[in-house]
Write a protein that binds this ligand. Structure first.
Ligand code: PEP
Ligand code: MN
Length: 472
């Protein structure tokens, strides 16, 4: 592809290939890789440039405090989980959380799923060793269904480029179903009285908290009914939602293959998703990921961990958004409950001093991983909540603003994270631990986190008592 465009220094969808690729997966068959990439380049886009521009506009609003961003979904989607019920449940919990957050923040929520492409995972080790029949066997790690398969066999773990085309097709099926559900009403989302709120009656929930949740649910219901009664429009119409997709842009082969110019617009669009993000482990300033993502028109997210130096984060913001455009850059801090209060202020101060525009989003999941004595990867609801609340409070104390939240969750009744009113215990983790990667909040834990965050948001100046339903 030609490297002729107005980006400086010169950029092309393939210029990343001359840089170091962190967490690269080695494909044994180069000809098969080329053929998969060529095929992906011919297939139609999954999203459109006008949807991407629309999301940029909404993120720009969020940077001005007029909207809040909710991003959530699986740590890793699997091809197997491309099923109606799983997709419906994920959409349902995200939409329900968003209504609760609209209620708390008194502003519209931008809904972004970690789905329709969240198939690639950076792993801490490129290989995994297991003892089988008394002998240690070492195979490539499982890098997500975009690269290889989870079964512990040499064949399953061999990186296979044709999986990129399969993953693309599953992303397309997922997105097709989501678009249909969103267009078609999906009625019970809009009726808080149908929500599964059985955890309200759980013994560990204090009477005060229970009262608060019930009040919020009733107010939501009443507000919707009231608006319906006032106008000609149905609740479904009043709360018609938009949905955007996101995933970690780990495989630059996959992203670059779908990156193109579109008629009557400037620049290149990555058309695999609306909002790709760069992970904590692949955001090296001179690395391939920053090189690729600096050249596209999409808004881009970057994960920022507790060790990130303030000047490094400012430089990332400059490289990824050299024109300092509104709605372009989302900084997703994932500092951990033990570090957020200390680590966030220097970052906020440095970014503010640089004048770079960003949307600050909190990922309270990835800084809070723990392993139980029996070796199960989990996270505690309390630590997730503390990280989120400390991040929220640190922004408020600095006169900055938390503009969104990024959560690993599922609409299923899994037992992967400990705690919450639903009361998942360490002993209970094995009951329904389904994630192949990081532990997710289940339906009840996710809704409870939204209620607690909404409570915090309501304390902000400007979040008055009157409630207006979600605008588009
Ligand atoms: C993730 O979002 O699943 C992830 C790996 O996060 P991070 O890059 O923040 O570690
Ligand atoms: Mn994860």
């Amino acid at each position: 592809m030609p490297a002729t465009n107005s980006i400086s220094p010169p950029w092309s969808p393939d210029s990343w290939r001359s840089r170091r690729v962190a967490h690269a997966v080695d494909y044994p068959d180069q000809a098969a890789l080329e053929s998969a990439v060529n095929r992906l380049g011919e297939l139609p886009p999954l999203v459109t440039s006008w949807e991407i521009e629309r999301l940029r506009g909404l993120i720009a609003d969020a940077q001005d405090g007029k909207r809040f961003l909710l991003q959530g979904g699986d740590c890793a989607e699997t091809l197997d989980d491309c099923r109606a019920e799983i997709i419906t449940n994920k959409l349902k919990i995200l939409l329900q959380m968003s209504l609760v957050l609209v209620h708390g923040g008194r502003r519209p929520v931008i809904r972004v799923g970690r789905f329709a492409g969240q198939y690639a995972k950076p792993r801490s080790s490129p290989t995994e060793t297991r003892t089988i029949d008394g002998k240690p066997i070492t195979l490539p790690s499982y890098f997500g269904d975009l690269f290889n398969s989870a079964a512990f066999t040499a064949q399953a773990r061999r990186p296979d480029p044709s999986l990129m085309v399969r993953a693309y097709k599953h992303a397309a099926m997922t997105l097709n179903f989501i678009r249909a559900l969103v267009e078609g009403g999906f009625a019970d989302l809009h009726h808080p009285e149908y929500w599964n709120l059985s955890f309200f009656s759980h013994a560990s929930l204090s009477a005060q908290r229970r009262g608060e949740y019930e009040h919020m649910t009733r107010t939501l219901s009443d507000g919707l009914r009231f608006m319906e009664a006032l106008g000609e429009r149905s609740v479904e119409d009043l709360t018609r939602v938009e949905f955007f997709t996101s995933h970690e842009g780990l495989s630059l082969y996959y992203e670059a293959a779908q990156t193109r110019r579109v008629p009557r617009r400037e620049g290149y669009y990555d058309l695999t998703t609306h909002l790709p993000w760069i992970g904590e482990r692949t955001r090296a300033l001179d690395g391939a990921h920053v090189e690729f993502f600096r050249g596209i028109r999409n808004p881009v997210g970057v994960k920022v961990g507790p060790k990130a130096a303030p000047d490094e984060v400012v430089e990332l913001a400059r490289r990824l958004n050299p024109g300092n455009e509104a709605g372009k850059l989302v900084l997703i801090t994932r500092l951990g409950a033990d570090h957020a209060t200390r680590a966030l202020p220097p970052l906020v101060d440095a970014v503010r001093a640089s004048g770079q525009r960003v949307l600050w989003v909190c990922d309270p999941m990835h800084g809070n991983g723990i392993t139980t004595a029996s070796g199960i990867k989990t996270r505690s609801f309390d630590a997730i909540l503390k990280d989120l609340q400390d991040t929220f409070d640190a922004h408020t104390a600095l006169g900055s603003r938390l503009g969104g939240v990024h959560i690993e969750l599922t609409g299923e009744d899994v037992t992967e994270c400990i705690g919450g009113a639903a009361g998942v215990t360490e002993e209970g983790l094995a009951l329904n631990y389904a994630s192949l990667c990081d532990p997710r909040l289940n339906y009840q834990q996710s809704l409870e986190l939204a209620f607690l965050l909404a409570g915090r948001m309501r304390t902000l100046p400007g979040a008055g008592d009157s409630w207006t339903p979600a605008a588009k």
